[in-house]
Design a protein around this ligand. Structure first.
Ligand code: MEV
Length: 347
């Protein structure tokens, strides 16, 4: 039996999320949480997709000749959009490389919370594309996989900078500016990630089914507000650019006090553009109050009307253990993470 596995890391955006969509600089790092896609030959025709072990969410469904059947195995139903990235990756590969025509079982196991700003969508695209390219004998060089994955993200969410797919593909650190991806060699950082992953029971099923496309919605809202407050947003975006540039130097110089202060300022800008929901704001304030060197929302952020789901990243300084306990009490899934790990691995 043919069996291919592709493993990719999650990411944290350290500086410049959202602003990167408009050509500004952003710095992201791989973290030691991974997602694995296994493609193996199946008895049934078409693709059968199973998603397991995602910390905040789970479902299983068949994609057989257009007929879809969802079997949620945790708490939620109507979750079909969560699989949009797998479906679109398959469609894209069929169109571009003419692959397909046999039964393939795809199993995804993941340590990356969904819709939390930690790159689960990009990781899904990169690993699915890498596994299926290898499975069908299509040239799978890293740059090609990254570009394919970025196109799929575009198709699903309308706008997508290359930052998430670059980290899942290359690992390490990546600086993106004007859409150009530059790989940086920076020292490992020990960070805390706090993730608000639970969806309020009061949320209507239809709204919940849109959760998988949360990033799309938030990016669209930022765009709308940018059109209304053009001059103000342009100024905010320029400040963000400067913050990211200074942050790279701070990491190079091991100046963690400065790095933390820059994270706090970056968080303020994210709040100013409206992507910080109450629950994430609380986690950041809590971290700052308990002595973290810096704390900020990471990734797309969140929306109060979608339960404030998303993540914060914290540079803890001396305050680590106390801080983690307090974040847990505030309802977060808390993870110790190390930055800069391996990118795509096939095995
Ligand atoms: C999402 O992880 C980061 C955003 O900047 C969107 C993107 O870069 O495509 C919000």
């Amino acid at each position: 039996m043919k069996k291919i596995r592709a493993s990719v890391p999650a990411k944290v955006i350290l500086f410049g999320e959202h602003f990167v969509v408009y050509g500004k600089q952003a710095l992201a790092a791989a973290i030691n949480r991974r997602l694995v896609v296994e493609a193996s030959s199946g008895e049934r025709s078409g693709y059968h997709v199973k998603i397991a072990n995602i910390p905040t969410f789970g479902m299983e469904m068949d994609l057989v000749t257009g007929e879809e059947k969802a079997r949620p195995y945790k708490d939620y139903d109507a979750a079909a959009n969560a699989i949009a990235y797998v479906r679109e990756s398959i469609r894209y590969l069929e169109e571009k490389y003419g692959i397909g025509g046999e039964g393939v079982e795809i199993e995804i196991t993941s340590e990356i919370p969904l819709s939390a700003g930690l790159g689960s969508s990009a990781a899904t695209c990169v690993a699915t594309i890498a596994a299926l390219k290898e499975y069908f004998g299509v040239n799978g060089d890293l740059d090609g996989i990254r570009e394919d994955a970025n196109r799929v993200e575009h198709r699903v969410q309308g706008a997508a900078s290359p930052i998430d797919t670059a980290i899942s593909t290359y690992g390490g650190y990546v600086l993106v500016e004007e859409g150009e991806v530059k790989r940086l060699h920076l020292a490992e950082l020990n960070l805390i990630v706090g993730c608000i992953g639970s969806i309020p029971l009061s949320m209507a099923t239809k709204e919940f089914s849109e959760m998988g496309l949360k990033t799309k919605k938030i990016v669209e809202q930022v765009k709308e507000r940018k059109e209304v407050f053009k001059g103000i947003y342009d100024a905010i975006f320029d400040v963000s650019d400067e913050i990211t540039a200074q942050a790279v130097t701070a990491i190079e110089e091991n100046d963690f006090v400065k790095l933390g202060a820059l994270m706090n300022i970056n968080h303020g800008l994210l709040d100013a553009i409206g992507v910080v929901p109450r629950r994430l704001s609380e986690l950041v304030k809590l971290s700052q109050e308990l002595g973290a060197l810096g704390a900020k929302v990471t990734g797309a952020g969140g929306l109060d009307e979608m339960g404030g789901v998303g993540s914060v990243v914290v540079l803890p300084g001396e305050s680590g253990e106390r801080l983690k306990g307090a974040m847990e009490i505030a309802g977060a899934l808390v993870m110790d993470v190390k930055t800069g790990g391996e990118g795509l691995m096939m095995f």
